[in-house]
Design a protein around this ligand. Structure first.
Ligand code: PPS
Length: 312
């Protein structure tokens, strides 16, 4: 991923220009009851996405915004590239610039899904979508799904700072305004709590592996090893070390102008755990603790999140 990603940067630049031309209230639209940013998504592309044909060897990385999807995206692409390098001849053009697509499934143009048919396996595809809004073929064809979750307080904190930097998203004058919005459905890609509840229904499927931002932060080599084993990729110790090193926050931040263009400085912010403690007041803590308790705590994903460790 250290090579400049021209198409990625192009999509971001266009979204920034589009976002600047929109008023706060014009920045979101709804599709099937969920809010999305106009500068990134459209009804036409959502309709075209229905024709997307998933493959059983696709790797779908699903994560609510600000859960670390770019981080895991780097790890996955690196693992797949490391594996492809060892294969003889064909499918070696995985990094070919011609074949580059914006990595998020729901972002692009209506011809994207036609072009994606030509991409060699394995395709690594990122998405912020809830399972019900993904094309049916993802489940029918049993694509591998890596579900990435992060504690809601750090997600909200990261989202607040990002929304105020990226003109494509509605900004909020104060943290209190943002927090109020975060606790509703009127967020880009919908409500965090709905997202976790919906994905919870798939958390025990055999083709789904769940990983948390926090566990990856605590032990990246182990996280990378577990992901590689889920994908059936075997690595030498040296290959593992290289993937681990290339996915450090420092290394990704350093390369971010090449990999992410103008988005780089907005995206790679702190890359840590517990920054929420700098923003949440007592009342906000109580409110989120209550919603988490009511909606998520007793689910499989709820216990994976270790709320008492990371959010109290
Ligand atoms: S987005 O815009 O929704 O696609 O954002 P996403 O990539 O899902 O999440 C962004 C947060 O992930 C952090 N990040 C990392 N943390 C640790 N290590 C690495 N390598 C890494 N890369 C990205 C990024 O800094 C955002 O979190 P915050 O808390 O804002 O720093």
């Amino acid at each position: 991923m250290e090579k400049p990603r021209k198409k990625f940067i192009d999509v971001i630049d266009k979204a920034i220009i589009a976002g600047k031309a929109l008023d706060h209230d014009e920045k979101l639209f709804t599709y099937k009851g969920t809010f999305y940013p106009v500068a990134f998504c459209s009804l036409e592309v959502f309709r075209a996405m229905e024709t997307f044909e998933a493959r059983s060897d696709d790797v779908i990385l699903a994560g609510y915004p600000k859960s670390g999807t770019n981080w895991l995206g780097q790890i996955l692409s690196d693992l797949v590239a490391t594996c492809e390098k060892k294969r003889p001849d064909e499918a070696k053009n995985v990094n070919d610039e011609e074949l580059e697509e914006f990595p998020y499934l729901e972002i692009g143009d209506i011809e994207k899904y036609e072009r994606m048919k030509k991409l060699p396996s394995r395709r690594v595809i990122l998405t912020h979508l809830c399972p019900g809004n993904l094309p049916k073929s993802v489940f029918k064809n049993k694509a591998k799904i890596l579900l990435l979750i992060r504690n809601p307080k750090d997600v909200a904190t990261s989202f607040f700072h990002f929304s105020n930097k990226l003109p494509a998203l509605p900004s909020h004058k104060t943290w209190d305004d943002f927090f109020a919005a975060f606790m509703t459905e009127k967020m880009p890609w919908g409500s965090y709590f709905n997202y976790i509840s919906e994905w919870n229904k798939y958390a025990t499927d055999e083709n789904v592996m769940t990983i948390t931002y926090e566990e990856l932060k605590e032990n990246r080599p182990l996280g990378v090893k577990n992901i590689a084993s889920f994908l059936g990729i075997s690595l030498t110790e040296e290959e593992l070390q290289n993937v681990v090193e290339r996915s450090s926050f420092q290394s990704m931040k350093k390369n971010s102008e090449k990999t992410h263009g103008a988005l780089g400085s907005m995206l790679f912010r702190k890359g840590g755990v517990s920054d929420w403690k700098n923003l949440f007041n007592e009342e906000q803590n109580e409110k989120m603790d209550k919603v988490f308790e009511e909606r998520i705590a007793r689910t499989k994903l709820g216990s994976k999140l270790k709320y008492d460790v990371y959010c109290k």
